[in-house]
Design a protein around this ligand. Structure first.
Ligand code: GLN
Ligand code: ZN
Length: 761
């Protein structure tokens, strides 16, 4: 009985690769230094898997930046603007594509399916020349072999590569990217030939796009590609790996009839239909790589449950054809639980990070082969039982409150226009009111204060007075700038989810539970392990303090339930929506307390609402329904005169506009750095939406300071589409990552632009 790992985190247990990369980019270390760190990390990962007993160990899942960019390098598909002249692609060209350089911007980055990982989008066109230009995969295979580990080299499959790419600049939008298949396959063939020569006996192609809704034309590309590769692949065992959802029935048929493929990998965690599909017809003589151990979460596997799933599958595919695997690459989970010294042992017993998941996979494989480690399984069963029955997990009161939500729509009693009238009577705002999204620059000094307070190096008194001082500076600045609706600047927050998670029950935090987000950037998601409740007000003190410093309206600032959910590791013992409703009830209490404390405008950020959209269209409606419902729950019972804002960090609303409107917020601020008129017309034409809307008038992701004229021009363009009385003037997003030297002039110009246009109305 065999075991397999789809892929493994590259950053290292203490983010060693991150620090090596950043030091190299800063010119503080050499390419050799960076390579040494990378070589050591790869060696330790291979050794760890080999020691655990894993039979099919992946290689080429390491990356200096991104696995899709690695494929672009392998194919030599370097966009022209990087002036690459051929030859093996080195760090210069590679990191220029990833991060840009002094003269040329980076390639675009986008989210990897429904994960929080971002990949570098290939830019292709009819003139793209492909040539074998990075031998990374073969080199890594040889490197492992020299260490005595025979690995399975992993590639992004050719069809997924093309389906994830976009037409290069200057290439027509409708350019058929799949037409490039015949141009990239020769490079794949060269790589395959080299791998064979080096002694490889297995090869893995990740084709995660197979879990999406694909039309017949796209499916045909899979048949074409793997037929074309057939002779090159002969003599090798070929695994096509899918993940993140089940493969739709039609695609499953196409996939399982590919004759050059000898093994199929499926996600049995997210792929809820997968077991049925396999039972309904799996090709005789092929291997099934059964992804039972969850690569997207941090929970210890329920080994007994997995074992019985595996036994059922064994009956279908045969004993020697079943391989135990992970649901997807482990790069989407944290690295090693061993480094969590602050978590208590009960919670720790419920968890498994990548290193522990490797051991789980192997234990399952051994158990299937009749060598069950009874003690290990017993300990796992005990931990599962303790998680089910622990009073830390279940809070009857919360369960009841969440259950009582059913059957009601939770909508504010009055419609948005009537509410806005009532609010305006109190707020008395000018037309084109100005505001910001929440955070102000986070200075080194500010970070030091928070760090020292956390480490108990300064007293609560000192901390509070430092934060108060910061708020007062931010308030004064906004008054000087003559902004209409103020914010307190969020100086007390390190992160918009962590700040709330730390004050809610049911959340745990890791010390090293980092997950790569893009390049060297990692996030450390909180773990939601139990029913969520809010023991005490979380933001009221700061908002009240800030409001007391000004006579202008001060926005209360909260993170919404869907965003808290989507940016956390979520419990797997109840549906996501139930956890979301619980968070919504906690935030509701906070909203009501803010209102009672005299806060008249409350912003509830849903930065990540869109991110949670399921991969398959058929599931969108259900998700959007509970997500939007959760948002409404937070503010359904407040007064008409309290104004609810929400903010979203994207501008792609075409497909979800009805859901956004259904959130029933009074004012929506959104990212709109490209000043996309199409977006605005979506808002206008789609539905007669009465609420205020603030499409960002300038891009906060860049240090560039926009001029008054430029901002005025943008506002005018928006006014060409939207009614004057609903338009708000604000930046794109929070100002946290900017410097005061950028923020002051930019906001000065923003306010001048709004004033200028007011005089012209
Ligand atoms: N209120 C948050 C801020 O300004 C919103 C951040 C976000 O949308 N990502 O920082
Ligand atoms: Zn934002």
């Amino acid at each position: 009985m065999a075991s397999h790992i789809v892929g493994y985190p590259r950053m290292g247990p203490k983010r060693e690769l991150k620090f090596a990369l950043e030091s190299f980019w800063d010119g503080k270390s050499t390419a050799e230094d960076l390579e040494k760190v990378a070589t050591d990390l790869r060696a330790s990962i291979w050794k760890q898997m080999a020691d655990a007993g894993i039979k099919y160990i992946p290689s080429n899942t390491f990356s200096y930046y991104d696995q899709v960019l690695d494929t672009t390098a392998m194919l030599g598909a370097v966009p022209e603007r990087y002036s690459w002249t051929g030859g093996e692609i080195g760090f210069d060209t590679y990191f220029s594509m990833a991060r840009g350089n002094a003269t040329v911007p980076a390639m675009e980055m986008t989210k990897w399916f429904d994960t929080n990982y971002h990949f570098i989008v290939p830019e292709l066109g009819p003139n793209t020349k492909f040539s074998y230009s990075s031998h990374k995969a073969v080199n890594e295979y040889k490197e492992a072999k020299a260490l005595g580990v025979d690995t399975v080299p992993v590639f992004i499959g050719p069809v997924s590569y093309l389906l994830l790419s976009k037409p290069a600049k200057g290439v027509e939008k409708g350019f058929p990217l799949l037409s490039l298949l015949s141009s990239i396959l020769p490079v794949y063939k060269e790589v395959i030939a080299e791998l064979k020569a080096a002694g490889a006996s297995w090869i893995q192609f990740d084709e995660p796009t197979l879990a999406l809704d694909l039309d017949a034309h796209k499916l045909a590309a899979f048949s074409a590609a793997y037929t074309e590769l057939e002779s090159a692949l002969s003599g090798l065992n070929v695994l096509v790996e899918t993940y993140f959802a089940d493969v739709p029935a039609e695609s499953f048929k196409t996939l399982t009839s590919l004759s050059s493929v000898t093994a199929y990998g499926f996600d049995l965690v997210r792929g809820t239909q997968t077991v049925e599909l396999i039972k309904s017809g799996f090709p005789a003589g092929k291997y099934l790589f059964a992804g039972v151990v969850d690569g997207r979460n941090i929970w210890a596997d329920d080994l007994a449950a997995s074992l019985s799933t595996l036994q059922a599958l064994e009956a279908v595919v045969g004993k020697d054809k079943l391989v135990v695997s992970t649901s997807c690459s482990l790069m989407h989970t944290a690295v090693d639980l061993v480094n969590e010294t602050k978590l208590d042992s009960e919670i720790k017993s419920w968890l498994a990070f990548a290193a522990q998941k490797v051991v789980e996979v192997d234990a399952l494989a051994k158990a299937l082969a009749g060598q069950k480690d009874e003690a290990y399984f017993a300990a796992n069963a005990a931990a599962q039982a303790s998680r089910r029955s622990s009073p830390r997990v279940t809070n009857e009161e919360v369960q009841k409150a969440a259950a009582a939500l059913k059957g009601s729509d939770h909508r504010r009693a009055t419609n948005v226009s009537a509410r806005l009238d009532a609010q305006q009577k109190k707020l008395n705002l000018p037309v084109l009111p100005t505001t910001t999204i929440g955070s102000f620059p986070q200075t080194v000094e500010l970070r030091r204060v928070r760090r020292e307070y956390k480490a108990k190096k300064i007293s609560e008194e000192e901390y509070v007075s430092a934060i108060k001082e910061e708020i007062s500076k931010v308030v004064k600045l906004q008054e000087e700038l003559d902004i209409d609706v103020l914010v307190h600047g969020e100086p007390e927050r390190n992160d918009m989810v962590e700040y709330f998670g730390e004050q809610l029950s049911g959340f745990a935090f890791t010390a090293n539970g980092w997950v790569q987000s893009y390049g060297s950037r990692c996030v450390k998601p909180p773990i939601i392990y139990g029913d969520v409740s809010r023991p005490n007000p979380m933001t009221v003190f700061w908002s009240k303090t800030a409001q007391s410093m000004t006579s202008r309206p001060m926005k209360g600032m909260l993170t919404g339930p869907v965003t808290i959910l989507n940016w956390s590791f979520v419990r797997n013992d109840q549906p996501r929506f139930e956890t979301c409703y619980q968070i919504a009830l906690a935030i509701k209490k906070e909203v009501e307390d803010l209102e009672a404390a005299g806060i008249q405008v409350i912003q509830i950020d849903e930065a990540a609402l869109r991110e949670g959209l399921p991969l398959r269209k058929a599931e969108h409606a259900f998700y959007l329904d509970w997500a939007v419902h959760s948002f409404r729950i937070t503010n359904c019972e407040i007064k008409d005169t309290t104004q609810i804002h929400t903010h979203m960090c994207y501008s792609n609303f075409n497909d979800i506009i009805h859901s956004i409107i259904n959130m029933d917020a009074d004012v929506i601020t959104i990212e709109n750095s490209r000043s996309d008129e199409k977006l605005l017309s979506v808002f206008r034409e789609g539905v007669k939406y009465g609420a205020g809307i603030g499409p960002g008038v300038y891009d906060i992701h860049s240090p560039r300071i926009p001029s008054t004229e430029e901002i005025a021009d943008r506002i005018n363009k928006m006014l060409a589409v939207l009614d004057t009385n609903i338009l708000w003037v604000n930046p794109d997003c929070g100002l946290k990552t900017r410097k005061y030297t950028e923020v002051k002039p930019a906001l000065t110009n923003m306010v001048s632009a709004a004033k200028l246009i007011r005089t012209q109305l």
